[in-house]
Design a protein around this ligand. Structure first.
Ligand SMILES: Nc1ncnc2c1ncn2[C@@H]1O[C@H](COP(=O)(O)OP(=O)(O)OP(=O)(O)O)[C@@H](O)[C@H]1O
Ligand SMILES: [Mg+2]
Length: 315
C-alpha cells in the first residue's frame, strides 16, 4: 500500500510545490532498501507548477487539451457511478516521466515517475456541482484504484481547503500523512492558525475511522543563524507541540538556484544537474521524511558515487 503524503499550508508561496518536487524527484531516482520506488504525484494546484516541472509544459498542455486531467476523471466517475456504468479507468489519466535511456552519465538519472495533473476550469466546474460526500467518495475511489500500484503518492495541495473547494478536498481526503512547509518569519507564523484550522476541519469531515497523521513542519527559506529564525522558532515549537507533530531538523535554506530547479522550460536528466549545490539539503529532508514513513535510512551525507540507498550518494 502506498504511503500517501499531502503537502499543505494555507499560505501561498511557502514551498508546497517545491517540496513535492523534491520528494518525488529523489524517491523516484534513488533506491530505498535496494529497490526503486514507484512514485505518483497528484497535482491539485490549478497552475500545475509541479506537473510542469516534472513533465514539461508541452506535455501538460497536451494532456489538458485532451481533457486527461483529474477533475475530468472525477466528474466522469461521478456521472458513471450515478448511472451504474463501468467505472472510469484512472490509468488513462496518468502521464509518465521516464528516465532518459539515451543520456550517458555516471550521475544519478532522474527516475521514472507518474503524474496526474489538474486543470483550473474543469476543477471549478467540478466544484459547482458536487458535495462534500462526493469528495469523500471520490477520495476513497482514487485510493482504492491507485494505492496498491505505488510506494509513494505525493499530493501537492492549493491553499484553500474550505467546503467550497470540493476538488482540492479530494486530495486532502486522500492523504494519510501531511507535511507543512513554512518559513520562520512573522507573516508565516501568523498564517499557521488558519492552516491548523483547515486541517482540523479535514479531520472532522473525514471521521475518526479515516484519520491522518500530521508529520510536521518543514522549514523552508530558513537560516538558523538569522535573528528572524531565533525569534520565531519558539512560536513554531508551540504550534508543533499543540498539534503533536515535529519540526524537521533538516531545513531548506533560501537559494536563488531554486528558480532554475523548478523552471519547466529547462530539461534536466540527473538529480545533481537539477539541484547542484542544493543537493544535500534536499537529500537530507527527503531522508528524514522517508524515515518517518517507516523506512530505515541513514541521514548522513556522503558525496561519493551513487549506490543503493537513499542514505548515500551525490547524484
Ligand atoms: N528555499 C527556497 N529558496 C528560494 N526560493 C524558493 C525556496 N523554496 C521555494 N522557492 C521559490 O518560491 C516560490 C514559491 O514556491 P512554491 O511554488 O513551491 O510555493 P507554494 O507553496 O507551492 O505556492 P502556491 O501556494 O502558489 O502553490 C517559487 O518560485 C520557488 O522556486
Ligand atoms: Mg504550489
Amino acid at each position: 500500500m502506498a504511503k500517501i503524503v499531502g503537502i499543505y499550508n494555507n499560505k501561498g508561496g511557502v514551498g508546497k510545490t517545491t517540496l513535492t518536487l523534491f520528494l518525488s524527484d529523489f524517491l523516484s531516482s534513488i533506491p530505498i532498501d535496494g529497490r526503486r520506488s514507484r512514485v505518483l504525484v497528484i497535482d491539485f494546484d490549478p497552475q500545475s507548477s509541479c506537473a510542469n516541472a516534472l513533465l514539461g509544459i508541452e506535455k501538460v498542455s497536451a494532456l489538458k487539451g485532451q481533457k486527461l486531467t483529474l477533475p475530468h476523471a472525477l466528474k466522469s466517475q461521478l456521472d458513471r457511478w450515478a448511472q451504474d456504468k463501468e467505472p472510469v479507468n484512472l490509468g488513462d489519466y496518468i502521464a509518465t516521466r521516464t528516465e532518459s535511456p539515451s543520456v550517458k552519465t555516471r550521475k544519478t538519472k532522474l527516475g521514472s515517475l507518474d503524474v496526474i495533473i489538474s486543470e483550473a476550469e474543469a476543477a471549478l466546474d467540478f466544484e459547482e456541482s458536487t458535495t462534500l460526500e462526493d469528495s469523500l467518495y471520490l477520495a476513497a475511489w482514487v485510493k482504492e484504484g491507485l494505492s496498491a500500484r505505488y510506494d509513494f503518492i505525493f499530493i501537492d495541495l492549493p491553499g484553500n481547503l474550505s467546503k467550497r473547494n470540493g476538488f482540492a478536498l479530494v486530495g486532502a481526503f486522500l492523504a494519510d500523512y501531511f507535511l507543512i512547509p513554512t518559513e520562520p518569519n512573522r507573516i508565516n507564523i501568523n498564517a499557521i492558525p488558519l492552516t491548523m484550522k483547515m486541517l482540523r476541519n479535514i479531520r472532522a469531515w473525514r471521521g475518526s475511522r479515516n484519520d491522518f497523521k500530521l508529520l510536521g513542519f518543514v522549514l523552508n527559506k530558513a537560516d538558523r543563524r538569522t535573528k528572524q529564525y531565533k525569534l520565531h522558532k519558539d512560536a513554531l515549537m508551540q504550534f508543533a507541540n499543540m498539534a503533536d507533530c515535529k519540526i524537521y531538523s533538516s531545513i531548506l535554506p533560501p537559494t536563488p538556484k531554486l528558480s532554475n530547479a523548478t523552471d519547466d522550460s529547462i530539461e534536466y536528466f540527473t538529480l545533481s544537474d537539477r539541484y547542484e549545490a542544493y543537493y544535500d539539503h534536499v537529500r537530507n529532508i527527503v531522508a528524514e521524511v522517508v524515515q518517518d514513513l517507516g523506512f530505515s535510512v541513514n541521514k548522513r551525507t556522503r558525496r561519493t558515487t551513487p549506490n543503493k540507498s537513499v542514505s548515500a550518494g551525490q547524484g
